[in-house]
Design a protein around this ligand. Structure first.
Ligand code: BGC
Length: 257
């Protein structure tokens, strides 16, 4: 019996490019993840070369299966429209087509937070949640994924809300916590300002916090005084890869669950 190829998820971030084959039955990696440093000049050409290298490593498991790739930017129809934390050369690039050509099979491109949100809604903290759910990733920037009754509203970009005259992610991201060397208490104050603003705009039923720092949520979530239930992501930093693989499989018309 021939086994169908596993979907591959690849997450392009400001510091690392990470990929793994995904088991859609369990919503987990089917092999150890590969991570390669993002090149200093993170141009589409340099990054796509690395994506190709990662895909090559998983050739035997993933063959010509679906591939989902995430970028930290607004994307639609494969075209990238913004570049807050990556090389500006991505703006206007038809990265979906470039990746499809480089990998020799269709690649589905999407925003990194949207992919992480999809992962959490399918397999993690948002599973089965109805109403308005907001997944917010706290990393170098702030990413957002908005779901209404399980349906994604893509490219919401709530990290760039202007609050008190600042681009929100410049004050409240994990990158800002590190850059400004903030204590958990000081950072929690900034997070509270951010989440109160967001909840007053969207009135979500649930907020899920993603990104690597979600594993330390006990340090700051209890300090937040907001009305919306707020929980850490279950899949943490794996959510983007898992969500990208899930969505690419749906797009390819080969749903695995
Ligand atoms: C970008 C978003 C991205 C987020 C997290 C923001 O600066 O504009 O597209 O989702 O960072 O990486």
């Amino acid at each position: 019996m021939t086994r169908s190829p596993l979907p591959l998820g690849i997450d392009i971030g400001g510091s690392g490019i990470k990929g793994a084959p995904v088991d859609l039955e369990t919503g987990s990696f089917a092999a150890d993840r590969i991570r390669i440093e993002t090149p200093g000049a993170s141009t589409p050409k340099a990054v796509i070369k690395i994506v190709k290298e990662i895909a090559g490593e998983f050739e035997s498991q993933c063959g010509d299966g679906p591939v989902g790739v995430t970028v930290p930017a607004v994307t639609s129809g494969g075209v990238v429209h913004t570049a807050a934390n990556i090389d500006k050369g991505w703006i206007g690039a038809d990265a979906g087509a470039m990746l499809t050509e480089a990998l020799g099979r269709p690649v589905h491109l999407l925003n990194d937070a949207d992919a992480a949100g999809v992962g959490e809604m399918q397999y993690g903290s948002g599973r089965g949640a109805q109403g308005t759910v907001l997944v917010v990733t706290l990393g170098t920037g702030i990413g957002s994924a908005l779901f209404v009754d399980g349906i994604l509203v893509p490219n919401t970009e709530l990290g760039h809300l202007e609050i008190d005259g600042h681009d929100a992610e410049k004050r409240a991201s994990n990158g800002a916590r590190e850059a400004d060397d903030l204590s958990w208490e000081k950072w929690a104050k900034r997070l509270q300002r951010y989440f109160r603003h967001v909840e007053n705009l969207f009135w979500p039923d649930l907020i899920v916090i993603g990104g690597g720092i979600s594993k330390k949520s006990d340090k700051y979530l209890p300090l937040l005084d907001i009305r919306t239930p707020i929980v850490p992501a279950t899949l943490r930093n794996d959510a983007g890869i898992i969500g990208a693989a899930w969505i690419a499989t749906q797009k390819a018309g080969r749903p695995g669950r």
